[in-house]
Design a protein. Structure first.
Length: 214
């Protein structure tokens, strides 16, 4: 399987595949709307920056973890990533799926979780519900203001997205919003998916009856 779409097809008889597809649709919407926002307000992470991944170990839901696990098991097929997760089970230091030498730094970039897609490029609601984007504390770009909000967004061409909007959309896909550290969540999901894959692959082909001659 060379893509997440092919993984969804392979698991089509299992309910998780439909959840993966809805999550991927939401991820596509996030990509489109945050890209519009970045282009309109010239908000970009510095080229080659991976500072947030170097200082933060994310917590993710089981649904996010299952998509990452599927990507590791059936697209990348890299056992080294599983070993890296198993050796990094605490909340300190670098994200275990970070790779300083890769172009995106993230070894599971197409399947990365919500916080990884939103941090630094998507505003959040302030205490009165208005969008505000504060400059990432790791950013060295002196040309960007410390904060966007208020009048900055008053004449926006496109609706300004917020983290809370996407969080509500995500919650409608899966009511279980409990989170675990990424290593714990993905390793748990990997064990479940390996069991499901063994079950699916061991099922016999359906027997198609031969039509009787008339």
């Amino acid at each position: 399987m060379g893509s997440l779409d092919q993984v969804c097809q392979h698991f089509s008889q299992v309910s998780i595949a439909e959840k993966w597809r809805t999550v991927l649709d939401l991820y596509s919407e996030i990509e489109e709307r945050t890209t519009q926002f970045q282009q309109e307000f010239n908000v970009h992470c510095p080229t080659g920056c991976g500072s947030c991944c170097e200082h933060f170990v994310p917590e993710i839901t089981d649904l996010e973890a299952s998509l990452i696990a599927a990507y590791i098991l059936f697209v990348k097929k890299e056992h080294a990533l599983i070993e890296r997760l198993a050796s990094h089970l605490d909340s300190c230091g670098v994200c275990p799926l970070y790779d300083a030498s890769s172009p995106f730094h993230c070894t599971v970039y197409p399947a990365r979780g919500m916080i990884c897609r939103l941090f630094g490029v998507c505003p959040s609601n302030d205490k009165v519900g208005l969008p505000v984007l504060r400059k990432c504390k790791y950013s060295t770009d002196a040309n960007q203001p410390r904060e966007y909000g208020g009048l900055d967004f008053a004449h926006a061409i496109h609706p300004v997205p917020t983290m809370q909007q996407f969080a509500v959309q995500f919650a409608t896909l899966d009511m279980n919003q409990e989170t675990s550290l990424i290593s714990t969540a993905v390793l748990r999901a990997i064990a479940r998916l390996q069991f499901l894959a063994n079950y699916i692959d061991s099922e016999p082909d359906p027997i198609i009856p031969t039509p009787l001659a008339s």
